[in-house]
Design a binder for this molecule. Structure first.
Ligand SMILES: [Fe+2]
Length: 264
């Protein structure tokens, strides 16, 4: 795919998304969040690929994946009024359905289509399958990193708004806003275990799960970016100032400094 075709596909994205608006303010606010997220994930993808030695074609494929990885979100929210994948079909699969329905993958050769489909299908999985080809794995890892960088921006912004301008906060709260963190989530994070979304009980548990994503970042430039933008410090601002959270903070800051030592 050449740069000109990528630009056409970006234009297609804008027109498609524009047609999804119109339901009501609540729907529009939620759709705007995902539209802006998709565009910023493209920026983050360019940042990460700009620090890696990939071909120009690989960079363009990565940017296409970044722009379209959540295209199914617009159908998901319009149809089900939630982004919670536990209550709807997977938004990752819905994204692939949109790409197929509109024949957007026709611009790519056969192997490229497979890399794109797998990267989008697997971007929301907790763990990637272990049978992926090297190229598939590259794009899977890239989108997961670029997505996470921006998710840190999105969630810290929404936590700030909820705290500072609660009257303007219109987004869906997935978990009760109670002061506690669940013991198994705190222990899981301190012990370096994966935290299961299904075991979350409170909004603070969700914040801890989001913090644990730094252990899933694949490329050092992505980690450097998260650190430089101050997202980790911000996440801790919105968590209780308890002893257990203090321990988690110390561990995460030490780990991230060790991972990024000598780079960035
Ligand atoms: Fe997604």
């Amino acid at each position: 795919m050449d740069q000109e075709r990528l630009e056409e596909l970006k234009e297609w994205f804008s027109q498609y998304v524009a047609k999804c608006y119109g339901g009501n303010d609540y729907v529009n606010t939620n759709l705007e969040l995902k539209e802006a997220h998709s565009l910023r994930v493209c920026d983050e993808m360019r940042y990460v690929t700009g620090h890696l030695e990939l071909s120009a074609n690989q960079n363009r494929i990565a940017e296409f994946i970044a722009l379209f990885h959540d295209i199914g979100r617009f159908v998901q929210f319009n149809k089900y009024r939630t982004y919670n994948d536990n209550k709807t079909p997977s938004h990752c699969l819905m994204s692939i359905e949109v790409l197929k329905e509109h024949r957007l993958l026709n611009s790519f050769d056969k192997s490229e289509r497979i890399w794109i489909e797998k990267a989008i299908q697997y971007h929301g999985l907790k763990v990637l399958p272990d049978n992926l080809s090297a190229e598939s794995l590259l794009f899977c890892k890239l989108i997961r990193d670029a997505d996470k960088i921006d998710i840190y921006y999105v969630v810290t912004e929404s936590y700030r708004q909820y705290r500072d301008e609660p009257e303007k906060f219109k987004l869906e709260l997935e978990f009760p806003d109670r002061p506690e963190c669940s013991g198994h989530v705190v222990d899981g994070l301190l012990n370096g275990e994966r935290i299961d979304y299904k075991g979350l009980r409170t909004w603070n548990d969700l914040k801890l799960l989001q913090l644990s994503w730094i252990y899933d970042i694949n490329f050092i430039p992505a980690l450097v970016r998260i650190k430089e933008r101050g997202f980790l410090e911000l996440m801790f601002e919105f968590l209780p100032k308890s002893e257990e959270i203090g321990k988690i903070r110390k561990k995460i800051i030490a780990d991230i400094n060790a991972f990024t030592a000598g780079s960035g």
